[in-house]
Structure formats: C-alpha cells, structure tokens
Design a protein around this ligand. Sequence first.
Ligand code: MOS
Length: 733
Amino acid sequence: MTRSLTYDQPDERNRLDHMAQGVIGQPLDRPDGPAKVAGIAPYAAEYLVPGCLEGVLVTATITKGHVEDIDQSSVLTMPGVIAVISDDRMTARSAQGGAGKAPVQQVRNVQYYGQPIALVVAETFEQARDAAKHLRVRYRREEGALTDQHSPDAEFETTDQVVQGDLDRAMQEAAHSVDVTYTTECHNSAPMEPHASIAQWDGDRLTVHSSLQMLKYNVKELADAVDLPPEKVHLLSPYVGGGFGSKLGISVEGVAASVAAMELGRPVRVVQLRQQVFHCVIRRSETTQRLRLAADAEGRLIGFGHEARVSNLPGEKFAEPVTQASKFLYRGENRTLRIDLTRLNLVTAGSVRAPGEAVGMQALESAMDELAYKVGIDPVELRRRNIPERHPSKDIPYSSRKLEECLKVGAERFGWDGAHRRARQTREGEWWIGTGMATATRVHNLNEAEARVTLCPDGTAIVASDMTDIGTGTYAVLGQVAGEMLGLDPKNVLVRLGDSSFPPGAGSGGSWGAPSTGSAVFLACEAIREQLARRLGCTDEELTLKDGFATAGNRRVALPDLLQGEAIEEIGHFEEGKTAEEFSAAMYGAFFAEVAVNAYTGETRVRRFTGAFSLGRVLNHKTATSQCMGGMVWGIGSALTEEMVFDARDGHIANPDLAEYHLPVNLDVPHLDVVLVEERDAVASPLQAKGVGELGICGAAGAICNAIYHACGVRVRSFPITPDKLIAQLPEV
Ligand code: MOS
C-alpha cells in the first residue's frame, strides 16, 4: 500500500521526539563508511564486467563552429581500436537534471572548447586514449563569444527581477550607504569520483552503472537521449563519490557509453578524464554583483539592491540564481533585485553546491561588512537590526528562523569582540591578524519522494528508494528515521539506495534529500505502525516500539511474534505542498573567521573558523556537522583560491585539473568549529528537519573577505582573494 502526503499543512505532532528508540540525532557512523574506506564499495567505473570495452571521449579544440570531418581511418587501424562513434544521440553536454529530457544538440555543432564530439572505443583504456589523441578532425571555425566575462558591454537578458519602491531615492536619503561591485569566477564541482559509466545491453534492457544524483530524472533523460522507453533503462548508482550538482543530470559519457553498447553489442565503459570533468561537465557561472545598501542612522536598511550578471551557453535556460537569499534575508522596503544573463561560448553553466546563495551571500555579506564600518556598529548588530518581521516582498511569515541565536552562539564560541572595530590593528611578526563574520542562509527545498519500507518476519527492516547518497550520509539518516519509527537499532535496518528499480526518491539535490526522502520513509513507517497497533489491539498513539518489541499497556510482544511469519510492506509518498508557498522556509547560520595576512607576500591563512547553524531537527549529528564542515571548506576555496581560468583566445581552460585548480587541502583548513543550534520546524517537513548539505558554504567566503579587511585594511572585491590582489594594495611594511 502507499501512504501519500502532500505537505499543505505543517505537521505539528512532532512524533520523532516522542518515539522510544532514541536514535534520531545520534552521531551514528555511516554504514557505508567501512566499505568505502576499505575500497570495497564499488563506484560506477569499478564493476568487473566481462568483455567490457573501453571508450575515451574526444573533445573539440575550437571555440565555436562545425565538425566537417572526422577521419575514422586515422585510428581504426591502431591496435585494439573497435569503433569511432560520433552520433547526435551523444548529448554534447550535461543536462541540468530535473527536466527529464536530455538537451538536444547536434554533436558536430561545436559551442565551446572541450565539447565532446566523438567516442573512441577500444579493447583497453590505453588503446582508446591513444587513439582518441590521434583522431584527425577537420573543423570549420566561427567566431565565439568570449568577451571579458565581467564586461558590461555584452548583451544581457533579464531572467529574474524584483522591483519594489524606489531604491535610487532610498540611496539618496540614506544616512549611510554602500554601492559596491563584487565579482566571483567560475567554479568546477570537482567531485573526487570523475563522471563515469558502464553501459550494457541486457536482452532488451539497457543497464547503466553511472555516477548520478537524481535517478528518477536521469532514467528519463537517458531514455530520451538514446530513444528508448524509460522502462527499458535501468540505472545503478549505489555509491557516488561526490556530485555537488554536476551529477544532477546525465553526462555525456553515460550517453556515449550507452550508444556504443547498443551499437556494438558489448558492454562499454567510459570514464571522463579529470580534464574532461573540467572542460565538459558544468561550471558555476562567474558573477558580477552590484550591491546597493541604503541604511538609516542606526543601520536599518531602507533600500536594498542586488543586481547580478551571469552567463551561460546560447540556448541554456539556467541562470545562476544569485539573488535567491537577498529576496528574504534582510529588511529594506525599497528593493531592486535582478539577474541578467549573457551568452558565452563556455561550457554549460549549471548548479554547483548551493547555486545562488554560495556566490550571492559571499558578495552580500562582504557588502554588509562595508556598511557596518560606515554605520560604525558591530557587524553582528547590523545583521540583527535587519532581520525582517515578515518576508519583505511576499508578506508571508517565516518558518522557524534561529538566525539571531546562531549569531549569538557563534559569537560566543568564537570569542567575538564586536565593539569599536577598526582595520589593521593587530600584527604578529610579519602577519596582520583580523576577524570577520557573515550570515549564512540557504532556502529550504522539498522534492517529491517515495520510499518502500519492509518490516521482515524476523523483525528487521529494509528501506528501499532510488535515492542516492553522494557522500552526505543518506544511508545513515534513512536508517535512523526507520529505526526510530519502528523501534529498531539502525543496525537492524538495511537501507538500499541508488537503483532505479526502487521507488523514486527525491534524489540528492537542493539539500532536499533527507527531509524529502526521509519523510517518505516516515510515512511508510507510520503505515506499518498502524498495522502493528492493530495486531496488538491498540492505537498507534498507545503503541511503543523499542528494541524490536511492541508494547501497549501491560502487553509486550517481540516483533517476530507479532508478525507471525508475514512481512509488512508499505510505500511512503511525500510531496511538497502549500507550506512551501505560505511560508518562507530557510536554514540559517553565522560564520566567524580569524585570518592572518602576510604583510610581505599577501598570503592569507585562515587560522580559526566557527560556524553556528540551525537546520531544523538534526537527524544525525555527525553527518550534519560534516556537511557543514564541507561547506566551510568550500568557503575557504571560494574566498582564497578557486577559479577556472579560461584562455581569452579560445576559451580553453588553463587549469583543468586538481593540481592547478586550487581546492583547499589539509594545510589550508584550520580546525573547523561547527555548532548546531537545535530547532524543530514543522513547516519544513513532518520530520521537522530542513536541508543541510548546502548551508555551510553560503556566506562562508564573505566572513573570510571581511576578516582580511579587518586584518590588513584592504578590501578586495574580486574573488578569489589571491596574494597578487592583496599585494597591490597592502601598505608599506
Ligand atoms: Mo545541488 S548543486 O542542487 O546538487
């Protein structure tokens, strides 16, 4: 049976606080952890498939134009080479995910440098790679759009706009104001596991092991791309080595492997080379953000402007939603928020961890810091004074919002001294020392989800959904929800994920995985509880389930005795509803950072970093904390080192690997102090839990930018804040 719920009304029952097992929130280890550490959890490319051929993608070496000829004879005589496939079914770029449709593009119509144009298939990987390098391709070149990405000269179309009151006038009337422009550069998602697929033809069904976040959509995308009915496509992604948005949609290697397997009648594996992950998956758009903040004498915002320019390939719909948090975070009755999109011949821009807030908050929170200096108040106090009563444009209430508590708790943990802040006050040897803070926020999203829960005759349970665990802890958390509801040690709950033949979960995206798929598990468990209660002759409310026993009044029965050899199986189906429109629901937090800036070299070191976060009920303290830490590490990268560097002549990426694209490594990251501020949010989900995964990055880089200014008195408005930009403005030593 299926138990369905459309979330039209907050579920105030708060059932999870009244269950007996007591495993919700516990910092339990991830059950998949030991398998991953031991190397026995297979990733997409790691299946031993007899007779598997190896494919290597060939990518375009022009900015824009047409592939006039692919000279197959240049490689077909090379050792082991089986075929060269260049077929329009090979979607030339990653879909956004969610559309359920693969992007339609002709593979020979080149739109950016690095676009896949062919697949070389051989008996071994080395043979395929060698042949891919030797494949002769003739192009007809056209002029591509590669203008300076931050230049205002390009043509823009407005994709999103909020205009309310008169911002220009508010700026004139303001007692204090800032009008500043920040820029951020393109980011790569850089998951540890590159995009990889093995496709094999099983009778009339195509089975594909692939590294993906959203199987229910990915099945449709792949089926659409290779022209098969969705029921003939079977996707498997039980373990995913990070995605960060880049695996929301199918990628070209999965389609190429599928086409090759269908044509050649043998299994085919295609693994994207690391350089290809950079060149042809997706990028986070660069942004140019003008922030106009108009405040009264006490720092209360009367005007708020956030206007962003972003880019994408011609024809792509996605525009980095830079102003997402600006819509609800702070007051300011006169508002202008806008996103303008320009077209560039660079790899598709798409969702990268916390699309919108990740870059929007880092610029906004830096501008807020500038305003705090102008007003002459503690930047924490500036935030506090600007927390609105109701959503500033929609006039709807907020769901639980512990921003003020996070500011307070974070400040205390960190030892924040907000009084009389002036830049360039502390020097230790050759280092300028400073501190900075920022608000964190990210919208709370839900997505339709199903999960099947089976209570087996032996009193153990199985949870199954096509939901993925991209390193976020889904296996652990879903086991805890089922364990709590059914009174089982999570060790006795087997969670099975990442198989498209299971009921369609929410997928891993938009931080909605745990609250959405977790709610589906919750609903299925409620249905099972009712059946158990009936068998015991009591109501669900009278039923206590703990440690495999059902208790009501003076009766206590072991689950196997109650089940009498029968399994109980239920499907939970959860869908977002009116709560999403009637409330502004978001996660909140606060960052506090201490940095040292070298007075001679301009090198910045993050010395301390505290984050206080409220994200609804915490389902697993360890996995939630880890997600926040991961976000803060991204914040360090965004602030100091990460940028995709495009060659201005042809748009090729000059740093397409993990040596030259500078992600923070151990020595760049200090001890991260994360504190979770507990709350219950009935608007967010029946679990009263919100999303977690993306909050920790949203604003983190702003705190570091602000600490740099406080340390050395240099305000760098172009991220990443690399030593060259600081040296140019550092005072004489
Ligand atoms: Mo996320 S960028 O929605 O995977």
